[in-house]
Write a protein that binds this ligand. Structure first.
Ligand code: 5RP
Length: 222
């Protein structure tokens, strides 16, 4: 078993029948979703899922996990999602898979938020992973120049000619700010820029992080 599978399956131990479950995106969340599918099919686990991306929606349906639409959602009992970088204060950078907007909407509705990320993603200070920022396509270069003034050189994901398009029809700017010493301030300043839809800083949202140890074991950060 690889480490992503070990921590993904560990997270599934927190699930109980009757829950509304947020289903994350990425190669670590993949293993949690596979396990949930197995629990639904083989153990009669009675849950409904809320996917954080079109890819996760497809995977969940393939696994036989029942899904509910976003429309009537008022809360989610538990969400399991990955991260691109985390700090010991449980703040995160997400969006490497381009799903940060739906992931943040789901996180914001979640009573309990579990992050699954191997220990190579732990940083003393966030900023090693370039911060993904979702922007609307209209005049994205203008938005990019606004972001640049906050202290980074934004790169449009996929390149200007063939930009990566999110599930919401937007673009992603990957922004290397170096060490992010004031994440709350940066997040607020980014989201104030016209054209920015959301940024990949997930602050004060995480309840626990399930990560790995050097020896391939499990570490839980509470
Ligand atoms: C997608 C994300 C993912 O959670 C993040 O990229 C981690 O993915 P992986 O587990 O494949 O490393 O934020 O938008």
């Amino acid at each position: 078993m690889n480490v992503k599978q070990i921590i993904g399956e560990k997270a599934a131990e927190y699930i109980r029948s009757g829950m509304i479950l947020g289903l994350g995106t990425g190669s670590t969340a993949f293993w949690a979703i596979r396990k949930i599918g197995q629990m639904v099919r083989d153990d009669g686990l009675d849950i409904v899922g809320v996917p954080t991306s079109e890819g996760t929606k497809e995977l969940a349906l393939d696994e036989g996990i029942p899904l509910i639409p976003y429309d009537g959602l008022t809360h989610i009992d538990l969400t399991i999602d990955g991260a691109d970088e985390f700090a010991l204060d449980k703040n995160l950078i997400k969006g490497g898979g381009g799903a940060l907007l739906r992931e943040k909407i789901v996180a914001s509705l979640s009573d309990y938020y579990i992050v699954i990320a191997d220990h190579a993603k732990l940083s003393p200070v966030l900023g090693k992973f370039p911060l993904p920022v979702e922007v609307i396509p209209f005049a994205w270069q203008v938005t990019s120049r606004h972001i640049e003034r906050l202290g980074c050189q934004p790169h449009i994901r996929g390149g200007g000619k063939t930009p990566f398009i999110t599930d919401n029809g937007n673009y992603i700017l990957d922004c290397d700010f170096g060490k992010i010493t004031e994440p709350n301030r940066l997040s607020q300043e980014l989201n104030r820029i016209p054209g920015v839809v959301e940024n990949g800083l997930f602050l004060n949202m995480t309840d626990i992080i399930i990560t790995s140890t050097d020896e391939g074991g499990i570490r839980i950060i509470e």
